[in-house]
Ligand binder design. Structure first.
Ligand SMILES: [Mn+2]
Length: 357
């Protein structure tokens, strides 16, 4: 599939590469690296994203600028590549423009259930990240095209989507790819980690303290919830984006199998779900009209927070009481999970949280 995509991309003059709204390092890292690959192959490239980039992500685009959508610029494209998402809805205005353009649409992604309208879809749920799939484009064409900017972009995507290489989506291949990036790009991993994790404002740590204080345990301590009110954000001069990674903290409590962060955003409640067990939060999020991966998913609820908590627990308990092996069998997500053996249920502490969405 990668070879087919490479051949196809080379038939175009100017390709618009787009990534999902509220982009993370995997979205922007993949986008910057793919645009650099196109440029190095003599193909015109443009990168678009609907949203302003958070500083922990924005530094990645020094190799290739990601633009806000502009109809005049978008109209110059003769094809679109969707990265780190698999349907129009996740891509804001660039996605709508591409959908209505009648031009070829390509996609590279690692989320389950891709839409069927892409001419070529590189869709691998077992890949650690979209950046790992973009690395394969370099590997299957010319590894010598990897320079420092490409390597930094791909490293950032792979490292963040694997929780710093700890999730069970990490394979020997992931580490071989990282070795190539370090060798060929001459990158300094510590500097990349600092760019991403060490730009916090003091208020963010105070917000973290309030979030940890709000942790509640349910269902014999197997489910943990964090409740974030609008006033917690305001009093710490923070926004939803400043909560990145906070949902993972309750997973470090012995016995907790799943964690849900509920945050008031624009009069509704945004949900972030994480699992470190066979408990499939993608299925759980779908009962709340959301989705994602087996171990990391998101959803929205109309609120208020107390009602959201009730609903979350009701649907979570239903799923917890369902037979895990039956649920897993009907689940199209092929995410590999060492804990998918129901016998290991009694020992959830040996597991790892899944990738970020
Ligand atoms: Mn990703």
């Amino acid at each position: 599939m990668i070879q087919t995509l490479i051949k196809k991309l080379k038939t175009h003059q100017k390709i618009a590469v787009i990534s999902h709204v509220r982009p993370d390092c995997d979205a922007i890292g993949s986008q910057v690296a793919l645009c650099l690959w196109l440029k190095k192959n003599g193909i015109g490239a443009m990168a678009f994203n609907e949203d302003e980039l958070h500083p922990s992500v924005a530094w990645i685009q020094k190799g290739f600028a990601v633009e806000r959508p502009d109809t005049g610029r978008l109209a110059k494209a003769d094809a679109f590549v969707y990265l780190d998402g698999n349907s129009h809805e996740r891509f804001g205005r660039p996605g709508e423009f591409a959908r209505d353009s009648g031009l070829p649409l390509y996609m590279i992604d690692h989320h389950p259930d891709p839409a069927g309208y892409f001419e070529i879809a590189v869709s691998e749920v077992s890949a650690s990240s979209t950046a790992e799939l973009v690395f394969r484009i370099f590997e299957e064409s010319d590894l010598d095209l990897i320079d420092r900017e490409v390597a930094e972009a791909l490293y950032a995507g792979m490292m963040t989507d694997t929780g710093s290489f700890r999730y069970d989506s990490v394979s020997a291949y992931t580490h071989r790819a990282i070795a190539e990036l370090i060798d060929r790009g001459g990158i300094v991993p510590e500097a990349i980690h600092a760019n991403i994790f060490d730009g916090k404002k003091p208020g963010q740590l105070i917000l973290l303290g309030k979030c940890l204080d709000s942790i509640q345990l349910h269902a014999r301590n197997m489910i943990a919830t964090i409740s974030v009110t609008d006033s917690m954000l305001k009093s710490t001069d923070s926004t939803y984006d400043d909560l990145e990674g906070v949902v993972n903290y309750p997973l470090t409590i012995a016995g907790v199998r799943a964690s849900v962060l509920m945050c008031e955003v624009d009069g509704r409640v945004k949900l972030s779900l994480r699992s470190k067990s066979v408990f499939n939060v993608n299925l759980w999020a779908r009962t709340l009209n959301g989705g994602g991966h087996a171990k990391a998913a998101g959803a929205w609820h109309d609120g208020p927070l107390e009602k959201t908590l009730e609903k979350v627990l009701e649907t979570g308990m239903q799923q917890m009481n369902a037979k895990p092996d039956k649920d897993q069998a009907t689940e199209p997500d092929t995410y590999t999970d060492p804990d998918s053996d129901p016998d290991s249920d009694t020992n959830p502490d040996t597991s790892r949280p899944g990738p970020t969405v």
